[in-house]
Design a binder for this molecule. Structure first.
Ligand SMILES: NC(=O)C1=CN([C@@H]2O[C@H](COP(=O)(O)OP(=O)(O)OC[C@H]3O[C@@H](n4cnc5c(N)ncnc54)[C@H](O)[C@@H]3O)[C@@H](O)[C@H]2O)[C@@H](O)CC1
Ligand SMILES: [K+]
Length: 520
C-alpha cells in the first residue's frame, strides 16, 4: 500500500527527520538532486532507471552523449530551486553543458538552497530567469523545472509562465512537482495551458496532486526517489489523516455451495431500460457472487428473459412484491440505480431496500432519488455504498462540491471524507481519480493514471459495471469499504487489461484474466 501525502505532511515528515537527527536537510537535498539525475540519465540512455517508474516515458529526444548533452536548470526561490542547483552540479559532473537561471534575488536564498547555490557558483554562473528567451530552446536542450515544488501557494508569475511556454518543445523533467501544479489538489494554478513535463521525479512518497485532477497529465511519467526517509514511513499521522492508493482484497474463494458465496439482487428499470442492470448483474456474477437475481417490473420480464442465462429473474410489481423477495434471507447484497427510473414507486422501492438493512450499492437514478428526498437519505445505513459521478455528487452534496471548486485548501479526498461522514456510509466519488472514503475517515484514491491509465473507460455503462462489481463483492461477504476499494481497482485493471476499443460489456468478460493474474 502506498500512502499519498499532502505538502504539509511531507514538510512535517522532513522536519521530524531533521529534528530527531535522522538526516539533515542538506543530505535530503543532495539525495533529491541525485535521484533526479539518476532518472534523467536512465531516460536519456533508454534503460530502466534505479527508480520505479509509473507510466510511460517517450524516447529521449534531446541531445545525446554523442552529440553533446546540455541542460538548462530553472531554479526557484525556495528549496525546489535548491534541488535544482544540486542537479546542475551533478549533471555538470556527468559531462553535461549546464546553464542555470534563477527566479528572484540570489541574496534572498536561504538555508540549504543558499548552500547549494554557492556550490554551483564554483562551477558556473547564475542568470536571471527573465534572460531566458525563447530562441534558446530550439536546441532541444533538456529543461529541468526546479522553480516551485510543494511550496507553491499562488498563481505563477508571468515570467515563469512565459519560460514554461517557451520550453514546450523540449524534453522536460519536473523536480518534485511540475511548477504551477498544486501538490495537494492536482489543479494548475495558471490561466494558461502550461506544457506538461515528460518526467516528474518526486521524493519519498507521491503527493495527492500527482494523482488527482490534472496531476497525471501534467507530470508525464512519475518516479519516486528515496531521500533517506524510507525507514521512517509516514509516521506520525493517524488513519483519518492519511490517504492511500487503492489495493484489492484477497479474492480467493473458499470451497462451498453457491449460496455460501452470497446472492445479489439487482433492481432493473422498465421495458427497454434493462441494459444497465444487466451489465451490473453480469459484473456481480463474474466477480464471484454465488447467485445474482435481477428484479424487474412484470412488463420487462420477457425482454430480460431473452437476454439472461446464469442470472436469475424475478418480477417485482409493487413494494409488496419486493418485500416478499427480500424475505429470502439468502439475498445479502443489493444494487439499485442503473436504469432504475425516477418515478414515485421507484422511491418507495428504494426505501424498502434501505429498510431491509442489507449491504447495498446506491448508484445512478437511486442517487438522484436520494438527493430529492430527505427521508430516503435518512434511511441510509452503514452497509450502503454510494457511487456518484461528479454531477451526482454535486446534487447530493452541493456545499461540498462548491467548496472543492472554490476553496484552495480543500482537495477531493477531504471533500469525500466529509461526504461519507455526513451520510454515514462509504462514498465512491468516481472519475479518472476515483476517491473512496468511509465515515471514520479512511480514504483511498484509485487513479486510472500512469501505467493504469485507461481513458477508454469513459464509455456508456462503465459505471453500471462498477456498481455491480461492488455489489457482487459485498454478496461474497467483503465489507463495504473493501468492496468499494477492490471494485474500483478491478474496474480499472479490467479496462487496462482489455485496452482501447473497450465497451462496457467487455469489462466483466475481462475480469477472469485479472482475477487469475492476481491469484497467481
Ligand atoms: N528539507 C526539505 O524541506 C526538502 C525539500 N525538498 C524540496 O523542497 C521543495 C519545497 O521547498 P519550499 O518549501 O521551499 O517550497 P518551493 O521551493 O516549492 O517554493 C517556495 C518559495 O516560493 C515562493 N512562492 C510560492 N508560490 C509562489 C508564486 N506563485 N510566485 C512566486 N513565489 C512563490 C514562496 O514564498 C517560497 O519562497 C520540495 O518540493 C522539494 O523539491 C527536497 O530538497 C528534499 C528536502
Ligand atoms: K518543480
Amino acid at each position: 500500500m502506498t500512502e499519498l501525502l499532502t505538502s504539509a505532511q511531507m514538510r512535517a515528515i522532513e522536519a521530524d527527520a531533521i529534528a530527531t537527527g535522522h538526516v539533515s536537510g542538506l543530505e535530503m537535498m543532495e539525495a533529491a538532486g541525485s535521484g533526479v539525475v539518476a532518472a534523467i540519465l536512465a531516460w536519456r540512455d533508454g534503460r530502466d532507471g534505479p527508480l520505479s517508474l509509473h507510466g510511460k516515458l517517450p524516447r529521449f529526444f534531446g541531445q545525446t552523449v554523442e552529440t553533446g548533452a546540455s541542460a538548462v536548470v530553472l531554479c526557484g526561490p525556495g528549496n525546489n530551486g535548491g534541488d535544482g542547483f544540486v542537479i546542475g552540479r551533478l549533471l555538470h559532473r556527468a559531462g553535461w553543458a549546464v546553464e542555470v537561471f534563477l527566479l528572484g534575488d540570489p541574496e534572498a536564498l536561504r538555508g540549504d538552497a543558499r548552500t547549494n547555490y554557492e556550490h554551483w557558483l564554483e562551477i558556473g554562473d547564475v542568470r536571471p530567469l527573465s534572460d531566458c528567451t525563447s530562441d534558446r530552446w530550439i536546441k532541444q536542450t533538456l529543461v529541468v523545472d526546479a522553480l516551485f515544488g510543494t511550496g507553491l501557494t499562488r498563481h505563477l508569475p508571468d515570467v515563469v509562465e512565459n519560460v514554461l511556454m517557451a520550453t514546450a518543445n523540449c524534453p522536460r523533467v519536473a523536480v518534485d512537482v511540475p511548477s504551477g501544479l498544486c501538490a495537494d489538489r492536482g489543479v494548475v494554478l495558471s490561466e494558461r495551458s502550461l506544457p506538461a513535463a515528460h518526467l516528474t521525479v518526486t521524493f519519498h512518497r507521491p503527493k495527492l496532486g500527482h494523482l488527482l485532477a490534472d496531476g497525471p497529465t501534467q507530470c508525464g511519467a512519475l518516479a519516486v526517489a528515496d531521500i533517506g526517509l524510507a525507514a521512517r514511513g509516514i509516521a506520525p499521522f493517524k488513519h483519518d489523516q492519511v490517504v492511500s492508493e487503492a489495493v484489492p482484497s484477497d479474492l480467493r474463494k473458499q470451497q462451498g455451495h453457491k449460496y455460501s458465496h452470497g446472492h445479489a439482487l439487482v433492481l432493473s428499470g422498465g421495458v427497454g431500460r434493462g441494459g444497465a442492470a444487466r451489465l451490473a448483474a453480469r459484473a456481480a456474477l463474474r466477480v464471484g457472487a454465488g447467485a445474482v437475481t435481477i428484479g424487474c417490473p412484470p412488463a420487462a420480464m420477457i425482454e430480460n428473459a431473452a437476454q439472461l442465462n446464469a442470472i436469475m429473474l424475478q418480477a417485482v410489481g409493487d413494494v409488496g412484491a419486493l418485500d416478499a423477495i427480500l424475505d429470502d434471507s439468502r439475498i445479502n447484497a443489493l444494487c439499485v440505480g442503473p436504469g432504475f427510473g425516477l418515478s414515485e414507486d421507484r422511491a418507495d422501492k428504494l426505501h424498502a431496500l434501505l429498510k431491509s438493512g442489507r449491504a447495498a450499492v446506491i448508484d445512478a437514478d437511486a442517487l438522484t432519488l436520494l438527493s430529492k428526498d430527505a427521508d430516503l437519505r435518512g434511511a441510509l445505513h452503514g452497509k450502503c455504498v454510494l457511487t456518484p459521478h461528479a454531477g451526482e455528487f454535486a446534487r447530493l452534496f452541493p456545499d461540498l462540491a462548491d467548496a472543492m471548486d472554490s476553496t484552495p485548501d480543500r482537495n477531493k479526498t477531504e471533500i469525500v471524507r466529509m461526504a461519507a461522514a455526513d451520510v454515514g456510509c462509504v462514498v465512491v466519488f468516481k472519475g479518472a481519480d476515483t476517491v473512496i472514503a468511509d465515515p471514520t475517515g479512511t480514504c483511498c484514491v484509485n487513479a486510472s493514471a500512469y501505467h493504469r491509465a485507461a481513458p477508454w473507460l469513459a464509455t456508456a455503462g462503465s459505471g453500471d459495471v462498477l456498481a455491480g462489481l461492488i455489489a457482487g463483492l459485498m454478496a461474497r461477504g467483503v465489507t463495504p469499504w473493501d468492496a468499494a476499494q477492490t471494485g474500483a481497482w478491478l474496474h480499472t485493471e479490467s479496462a487496462v487489461s482489455f485496452g482501447p476499443g473497450l465497451i462496457a460489456e467487455d469489462l466483466p468478460e475481462e475480469l477472469p484474466n485479472v482475477l487469475q493474474n492476481i491469484a497467481s
